[in-house]
Design a protein around this ligand. Structure first.
Ligand code: 1HE
Length: 260
């Protein structure tokens, strides 16, 4: 199922990086229902060669959130299903087959911030700003933001953003944890692609552990978390690839950790 407002490109020497681009710049990449479903579909059907993905937005803004022109009178049941449709799509991003890097610029607002929060790494350029205008539109987050955003910045900051309409700029966004990387204007995509190519070189089982095990371990009570960690560690280190990588280091053939 293709959709005119989203594009998938596969790149890298081994077709290892998927670039998913929102292409609805004229509407600030506002997420219509069809676009949300198409996003889900893309993450459900990534080619087997893909080891990492980048999400990017065309035009001056990453994403203006929910397509407000579709926000019709919904009864409670329809509203519930609409929100659950977003959850299903963003769940495929967060718990899909590969780590996902968001390349942020301009507005990252409402559902756009919810989408960015479902990604594993956020790279923001200096034009980026973050807001949750749901409060001023008389609605609430519905795309998983109430779960994911407090885990990035804490419930108190999210409450402030929604109660007061506070907008965080790129510098402050990086400081409070909305993005892990802050880069010069116009370079977020290049940096995100560089990181995705680097991530794609990791052992697949390590990436799997980071996408699927780590967030669950972080939610577990400590004694269960330690046990899940031990099981995941044992599985990861049993992979032939892990043994080869450790051997390469011991033989002086692998990259050392360097601060430069
Ligand atoms: C839209 C949308 C949209 C722009 N739905 N059409 N999100 C918001 O409340 C954010 C609303 N948008 C904005 O505040 C601004 O558009 C921006 C700061 C993102 C960008 O400003 P600007 O000056 O570059 O663009 P613009 O002139 O406001 O918008 C260009 C066009 O995009 C215009 O349409 P046009 O036909 O007049 O050209 C806008 O109407 C259209 N547009 N944003 C529909 N969001 C799962 S629940 C999630 C809940 C939410 O996400 S609520 C927050 C919604």
């Amino acid at each position: 199922m293709t959709h005119p407002d989203i594009q998938l490109d596969i790149c890298g020497d081994e077709q290892e990086v998927a670039v998913v681009r929102l292409t609805r710049g004229a509407k600030r990449n506002a997420l219509s229902d069809g676009l949300v479903l198409a996003l889900r579909n893309i993450f459900e059907q990534l080619p087997a060669t893909v080891r990492a993905a980048v999400i990017d937005g065309e035009g001056p803004h990453f994403c203006a959130g929910l397509d407000l022109s579709e926000l019709k009178e919904r009864d409670a049941g329809a509203g519930l299903h609409h929100s659950r449709m977003w959850h299903a799509a963003l769940e495929r991003v967060q718990y899909g087959p590969v780590p996902v890097v968001a390349a942020l610029h301009g507005a990252v607002v409402g559902g756009g911030l919810e989408l960015a929060s479902a990604c594993h790494i956020r790279v923001a350029d200096e034009t980026t700003f973050y807001a949750l205008p749901e409060g001023s539109r008389g609605i609430f987050v519905g795309g998983g933001g109430a779960v994911r955003i407090p885990r990035l910045i804490g419930a108190a900051r999210m409450t402030d953003m929604m109660l007061t309409g506070r907008v965080y700029n790129a510098q402050d966004g990086e400081r409070i944890g909305l993005a892990q990387y802050l880069v010069p204007a116009g370079t977020a995509f290049d940096k995100a692609l560089e990181l995705a190519k680097r991530i794609a070189q990791n052992a697949p089982l390590t990436n799997y552990a980071l996408v699927h095990a780590l967030p669950r371990i972080a939610e577990q009570p400590a004694d269960q978390g330690y046990m899940t960690e031990a099981l995941m560690a044992a599985i990861a280190q049993s992979a032939p690839e892990a043994k080869q990588r450790v051997r390469a280091f011991l033989d002086g053939k692998a990259e050392k950790v360097s601060k430069d």
